[in-house]
Design a protein around this ligand. Structure first.
Ligand SMILES: Cc1cc2nc3c(=O)[nH]c(=O)nc-3n(C[C@H](O)[C@H](O)[C@H](O)COP(=O)(O)OP(=O)(O)OC[C@H]3O[C@@H](n4cnc5c(N)ncnc54)[C@H](O)[C@@H]3O)c2cc1C
Length: 303
């Protein structure tokens, strides 16, 4: 771990909360739904809304997450611009795959009543098998249920091949978790090169790739791959995180007929949000300096 990443990992919750501001929609269902609605109304940007929380180890906490997701789904209702994302370790993985699958299937069934699509996020490598098992099991009855693959893992090509025939929504990203060299690429440029190869493989296997990166060159190359393969623009989308300053590029993509979706997390309880926020800051410590500068400018402006 580099020095900057180490410093971020030690940051106290109030500081993380301050810096998390651009990445997180707020601390209520209403704030998340309003953020998604605003993105759509003002810019035709779609969203995937995520309740922050992971590594929950009590049934009460898991039930709390289920309740919040169900209220989120009822509040969103039928619409075309927002999906939801969720994590196994927030939804019962502490009691094994069957329990986690049962909990997630309750949310998926509720979402289906409103035609809201659900994506199962991918966590670190100790959850890859569990996540794909749950994905396969639920995708049978819920074909819009999607998941995520990480290009840094050596196993990902095989995982794509193993999903043959599902024509699924697959978010493909480099992956945010540091993984050991025995099982994963260590160089970011190699992860990105691999991501592009996997976008091509996903197209060839008939899936709907959700290309999740902020790297404009990678996105442009992925679009070139789609054009070369005669893939229509409604057969893939580009995803980015709320808070990463890429507005002009996103607007340009939308003008060119490409669907752009932002990951819009919200926190009901901040203690559950800190792990996500620390990962985002560790991924880009320069952002902390940028936010701090903005805060100082705002304070100076008020004087
Ligand atoms: C919608 C979405 C969903 C994701 N879901 C998962 C998942 O389920 N599992 C998983 O392991 N990973 C997930 N990720 C994380 C992803 O794997 C990467 O770690 C993350 O997107 C950074 O990689 P990058 O491809 O954008 O490349 P980078 O090289 O990190 O970023 C390219 C450029 O974007 C900007 N940028 C990137 N990140 C930030 C930031 N935090 N703040 C400010 N600027 C930034 C910088 O200018 C940077 O140079 C997701 C990412 C997105 C966008």
């Amino acid at each position: 771990m580099g020095l900057k990443k180490f410093a971020v990992s030690l940051a106290p919750t109030p500081l993380v909360k301050l810096f998390a501001n651009p990445y997180v929609a707020g601390d209520s269902i209403g704030a998340a739904v309003d953020a998604a609605q605003k993105l759509w109304d003002e810019r035709r940007v779609c969203s995937t809304i995520d309740l922050l929380g992971e590594e929950l180890e009590s049934d009460e906490e898991v039930q709390y997450s289920v309740d919040v997701y169900e209220r989120l789904i009822d509040t969103l209702g039928s619409q075309d611009y927002a999906t939801i994302s969720l994590k196994p370790t927030q939804l019962g993985s502490h009691r094994g795959t069957d329990n986690c699958q049962e909990v997630i299937s309750r949310i998926v069934r509720r979402a289906e009543q409103y035609n809201i699509k659900v994506t199962l996020d991918m966590e670190d490598n100790s959850f890859t098998d569990m996540t794909l098992d749950i994905f396969r099991a639920l995708n049978k009855d819920h074909p819009t249920f999607g998941t995520v693959l990480q290009s840094r893992l050596f196993r990902t090509d095989d995982d794509i091949i193993s999903l043959k025939g599902l024509n699924a929504r697959i978010r493909i990203c480099i992956g945010i978790y540091n993984e050991p060299k025995e099982i994963a690429l260590q160089s970011k440029s190699e992860m990105k090169r691999k991501l592009l190869q996997q976008v091509e493989l996903l197209f060839k296997e008939g899936h709907y790739p959700e290309i999740a990166t902020h790297d404009e060159a990678v996105i442009n190359e992925a679009i070139d791959i789609a054009e070369k393969l005669n893939i229509k623009k409604d057969q893939y989308e580009v995803q980015m995180l709320k808070g990463v300053p890429k507005r002009a590029f996103q607007d340009e993509l939308i003008q060119n007929g490409i669907l752009v979706r932002l990951y819009v997390p919200f926190a009901q309880k901040w203690k559950y949000a800190t792990a996500y926020c620390k990962r985002r800051l560790a991924a880009n410590p320069a952002m902390a300096a940028y936010i701090f500068k903005n805060i100082l400018q705002k304070i100076a402006g008020r004087r």
